[in-house]
Ligand binder design. Structure first.
Ligand code: NI
Length: 187
């Protein structure tokens, strides 16, 4: 397994619309394993293939505290949306930014597993939020797109400034205490 590089906003590759997965083979299984490794190491609770510059319709999630509930959704489609819920979201591609986003409270999703088998599931709570967030990535959409353009521009400038400051200096991890304090999960 290998850790993959996560693209960061405003990288234009994050705006790519992903194509359907058509081949379910060993290479796909390797990609899934690498995506889980990358997500757990980040750490995050969800990762879309788009974020590691693979433009195929594949997302991995694990919202468990113990990292023991890995779930893969390939070619996911939302069949039904119910209710509305606002929660604070973060994203591995938009480091250290947390903002409230409104999404459906419950969704019914149809997808394929790593073997290509179709399944349908009703999701709620954090898992529903996470899957909707990751599915946006497959459309080239980021959670900051739900914010005002002024706010998004401010975030973009801040991240670019931080990236410039980081260049040449040893890369420091984001301040983890900040994440804990915010209570938000990074998806
Ligand atoms: Ni994300």
């Amino acid at each position: 397994m290998a850790q993959l590089t996560i693209l960061e906003f405003p990288d234009p590759r994050l705006r790519t619309r992903a194509a359907p997965v058509q081949v379910f083979d060993a290479a796909l299984e390797r990609l899934i394993a690498d995506m889980f490794e990358t997500m757990y190491a980040a750490p995050g609770i969800g990762l879309a293939a788009t974020q590691v510059n693979v433009h195929q319709r594949l997302i991995v999630v694990d919202v468990s505290e113990a990292h023991d509930d890995p779930q893969v959704f390939i070619n996911p489609v939302i069949l039904k949306r119910e209710g509305k819920e606002q929660s604070e979201e973060g994203c591995l591609s938009v480091p250290q930014v947390f903002e409230p986003v409104e999404r459906a409270e419950r969704v019914t999703v149809r997808a394929q597993d790593a073997q290509g088998e179709l399944f349908e599931r009703e999701l709620s709570g954090l898992l529903a939020v996470c899957v909707q967030h990751e599915m946006d990535h497959l459309e080239g959409k980021l959670f900051v797109d739900y914010l005002s353009s002024l706010k998004r521009e401010h975030i973009r400038r801040r991240l670019e400034k931080e990236r410039r400051e980081r260049a040449g200096a040893p890369r420091s991890r984001p301040v983890s205490g900040w994440r804990v304090a915010s209570g938000a999960k990074v998806i």
